[in-house]
Unconditional design. Sequence first.
Length: 154
Amino acid sequence: MKAEYINPFIESTLSVFNTMIGIEPKKGELYIKKDDEPSFDISGVIGLAGQAVGSVVISLPENLALKIVSKFLGEEKKQVDNDVVDAVGELINMIAGSTKKVFSEKGLRFKISIPNVIVGKGHKIKRPSSVPCLGVFFNVGDEKFTVEVALKES
């Protein structure tokens, strides 16, 4: 995966969180994802297909997901329910959609799938071994979430 592919996803994540939720996460370190273990408890996944193939994943610890979704929806959420799952799916959808526009303007076109959200400790997200994955940590106060991008030109 080309390192410059991650930057539009970083910018989109920062923008979506700032404009839609009113939270300003701080970009943390980048890493190469080598396994299929999730970083946290709740993951929103969108597949990418077209001139580039792969996926983008947002993974959040449950406590942070509840805080973020509470701000996003304007009502306090104390447990993971359908609203929380839908909101995490909408977050990854907005991040992927915003990024798709950036890539399209640069001549690299792909379609995005309907988001899937996986809930539970220890869940796994399988990626094709031929599509490398880069991740970035984002800090919200003392808590972290990740965005992981596996993207390869087809």
